[in-house]
Design a protein around this ligand. Structure first.
Ligand code: NAP
Length: 396
């Protein structure tokens, strides 16, 4: 398997990232090779490409993260060769990529560390297969695919790999899943990290019962997917947010209860009141240090806290009595496997769920996408559109 989501694996997970806006930027599309041999031609499976066989571009534009004097990273648009697929690899023309909070953390080097320079950011992206290497059987030219977050989940080996903020990505055939048929590329690009994490954190098929209370913290990528999955599964979702406007959006998406955590810093008491003192059966814990005590205090008898994020710090205590007395549980999640992604896609297809795309930025506006994501104005996902218009998605 090849791989993709950039990696900072040194960073512990892979990455995700950027948003783009609508315009296709055709002028930026790579140029196809026209005729004679080009000494700058990329390698095909490690071998020089014969120019006469090329129908695909040899060069492309992509963003890379370049280390700056402050030891964080700066986003840089650059020309790069298109690597032709080797055995069991495929070349994906990337149409859209999406940002996750970790992409901001990677740029800022907060909570993550990486020795690697000049890598392509953003774990999440979707596109179409335009070429397959020898022996490839899982996908075909023309397939609409998304890259899985942990490209090396199957082999158990982890190594840094480039991400999706690039016009083309050469990936292992094992590292792809087919997009749900009703989703656009923009929507498909939202799925690999936040959606799969929310899916696994809730364990919709095995853990969530119709009528359960599900508590979602904030209105970002993970939590909004959690809200959509909970509602589709017949559970009762409660959302907390810093913004009444965002809470109104959560209600429109099916939340039965909403709490402004600025107005009610001890929001766990509100959760208990809203649930008739039952508490939440499931919590997607994305806040970490500051929110964990409140999440535990919100828990129902036999409830489960999915430990996912650390927006206020990746630390915190779980007092034994907090779980013991409730016969509750807490467990950690690191996105999920390809099988998890495929199970989630079946659910999305069954319920015709549409990811919530807040904003679509153009490929040339990647830095603006990062800035917007960092501003916390979004509800759901922020997209960077790389190729063409995507009529299925809202634009700016
Ligand atoms: N373990 C994993 O595999 C995994 C996978 C994906 C993400 N994560 C982690 O999960 C977290 C969220 O990621 P994301 O991509 O969904 O981020 P995101 O889209 O940026 O959403 C973050 C949202 O969290 C809310 N928030 C911030 N501080 C809060 C607080 N103190 N209490 C409650 N809500 C708060 C805000 O919502 P409002 O504006 O509505 O207040 C904010 O918009 C990050 O820490 C990320 O690293 C982990």
């Amino acid at each position: 398997m090849g791989r993709r989501a950039a990696s900072i694996d040194e960073i512990q997970y892979v990455f995700c990232g950027a948003w783009g806006s609508a315009a296709p930027a055709m002028s930026m599309l790579p140029k196809s090779i026209h005729a004679s041999t080009n000494s700058a031609a990329p390698l095909a499976g490690g071998q020089p490409i014969e120019a006469t066989t090329l129908t695909l571009p040899v060069m492309q534009q992509q963003y890379q993260l370049v280390r700056n004097p402050e030891r964080s990273f700066t986003l840089k648009l650059t020309d790069a060769p298109v690597r032709r697929p080797g055995p069991n690899e495929v070349l994906v023309k990337v149409h859209s990529a999406s940002l996750n909070r970790r992409d901001i953390m990677i740029v800022q080097q907060k909570g993550t560390t990486s020795q690697r320079d000049n890598f392509v950011p953003l774990s999440d992206g979707a596109g179409e297969v335009v070429e397959i290497g020898s022996g490839t059987t899982r996908v075909h030219v023309g397939d609409r695919v998304a890259a899985i977050f942990h490209q090396n989940w199957l082999s158990g080996r982890r190594s840094p790999i480039d991400g999706m903020l690039s016009q083309y990505a050469t990936l292992s055939e094992q590292g792809l899943v087919t997009l749900p048929s009703h989703l656009s590329f923009d929507e498909g690009a939202t799925l690999p990290c936040a959606a799969v994490t929310a899916w696994n954190g809730l364990d919709v098929y095995h853990r969530v019962q119709r009528g359960d209370y599900v508590l979602l913290l904030g209105t970002g990528g993970v939590s909004i997917f959690g809200l959509q999955f909970a509602v589709a599964a017949g559970a009762k979702a409660i959302v907390i947010s810093s913004s009444d406007t965002k809470l109104q959006r959560a209600k429109e998406l099916g939340a039965v209860g909403t709490i402004n955590y600025h107005t009610f810093p001890e929001w766990d008491k509100k959760v208990r009141a809203l649930t008739g003192d039952i508490g939440a059966h499931h919590v997607l814990e994305i806040g970490g240090h500051d929110t964990l005590p409140h999440s535990l205090a919100s828990l129902a008898m036999g409830g489960h806290v999915a430990l996912i994020g650390g927006l206020s710090g990746f630390s915190g205590e779980i007092p034994v009595m907090a779980l013991l007395g409730l016969t509750g549980s807490a467990s950690g999640f690191n996105v999920g496997s390809r099988a998890d992604f495929e199970a989630m896609n079946s659910f999305i297809e069954k319920y015709r769920l549409k990811p919530i795309v807040d904003h679509v930025f153009d490929f040339t506006e990647a830095q603006s996408a990062y800035d917007y994501m960092e501003s916390d104005k979004h509800v759901g996902k922020v997209i960077i559109r790389i190729a063409g218009r995507d009529p299925g998605s809202p634009s700016i």
